[in-house]
Structure formats: structure tokens, C-alpha cells
Ligand binder design. Structure first.
Ligand code: SF4
Length: 60
């Protein structure tokens, strides 16, 4: 399974990744997204990563 990470130094806390895939991302009180899982259903996590406006999501 692909390992998903969020670069906290880039993330703006916009919440887009959470709305796209709440099974894998959560924005905490610090306004930084963190990875809470890897379940994005039918969605390809690479597509979600590519939509992050600051390219903070890495899949590898
Ligand atoms: S889409 Fe990118 S910038 Fe927005 S909360 Fe998720 S990781 Fe952070």
C-alpha cells in the first residue's frame, strides 16, 4: 500500500484533501493536515495529492 505523507511546512490547512478523502486526512487544531488512514474508496490517492494547491501531499 502506498505511504501517504503531508509536508507540514507546506500545508495551509485548506481542507481540500479532507473533503476529497475524509478516510485518509484530517486537519487538526494546528491547521495542518495529517494522515489518519489510507482509505479513499474508489479514488486514487495520487489524484488527490495532485489537487493539493501547495503540493504538500506525497505518495510513495
Ligand atoms: S489539500 Fe494540501 S494544503 Fe490543503 S489541507 Fe490538504 S495537505 Fe494541506
Amino acid at each position: 500500500m502506498a505511504k501517504i505523507t503531508v509536508d507540514a511546512s507546506l500545508c495551509t490547512g485548506c481542507g481540500l484533501c479532507v473533503s476529497l478523502c475524509p478516510g485518509a486526512f484530517e486537519v487538526g487544531d494546528d491547521n495542518i493536515a495529517k494522515v489518519i488512514g489510507a482509505d479513499c474508496g474508489d479514488q486514487n490517492v495520487n489524484d488527490i495529492a495532485s489537487q493539493c494547491p501547495v503540493e504538500a501531499i506525497k505518495v510513495g
